[in-house]
Design a protein around this ligand. Sequence first.
Ligand SMILES: Nc1nc2c(ncn2[C@@H]2O[C@H](COP(=O)(O)OP(=O)(O)O)[C@@H](O)[C@H]2O)c(=O)[nH]1
Ligand SMILES: [Mg+2]
Length: 178
Amino acid sequence: MSAMRRAIYPNRNFKILMLGLDNAGKTTVLYQLLNGGSPPTLPANEETVQLTRRVSFTIHDVGFQQPITRASLDNLFQDNHCQDLDGLIFVIDSSDQSRFEVAKRILRRILSSHDMTGVPVVVFANKQDLPQAVSPLEVTNSLSLSQVRHVQGTSATDGSGLTEGMRQLRRLVREFRQ
Ligand SMILES: Nc1nc2c(ncn2[C@@H]2O[C@H](COP(=O)(O)OP(=O)(O)O)[C@@H](O)[C@H]2O)c(=O)[nH]1
Ligand SMILES: [Mg+2]
């Protein structure tokens, strides 16, 4: 088994939700995790896949309608795939600081308006390969949310950071579920 497969292979069923603004890199992350497959050409703002036998993985764009409404978030969380979450991954385009504030507002709203108590949140500070990307530390500072337990620098296009990010998430989910 590859390191990436091991990192995402738990010993019980996990439900992971991955959110982020459109263009953050979520679809690219997903297809890297699915053994480096290429993303479908048609963009979808919601996808659910069985990442491994035990990991169901839903990804969803948030914030494509401005402002994001309480109702649209409620709809998302009523979706079967988003109930009883084990973990949340929030993906940020580290090269687009102009959208940090919106991303932060949305993440804060998600964490406060749903039953996310204790659910571990890992942020992927994505697109670290781009010269204009800010560092994971800067992303951490600009989010300043205590429920964010780990900020992982990633590059979804070359896959770097994804194995470590999934390993950290798995560790936090285990802690949470103990
Ligand atoms: N340079 C770079 N581009 C990326 C990275 N991740 C995603 N992209 C590109 O960003 C665009 C949006 O990615 P996508 O996965 O569709 O974002 P989504 O809307 O969050 O699903 C695509 O052109 C990707 O190739 C990354 O880590 N580095
Ligand atoms: Mg997408």
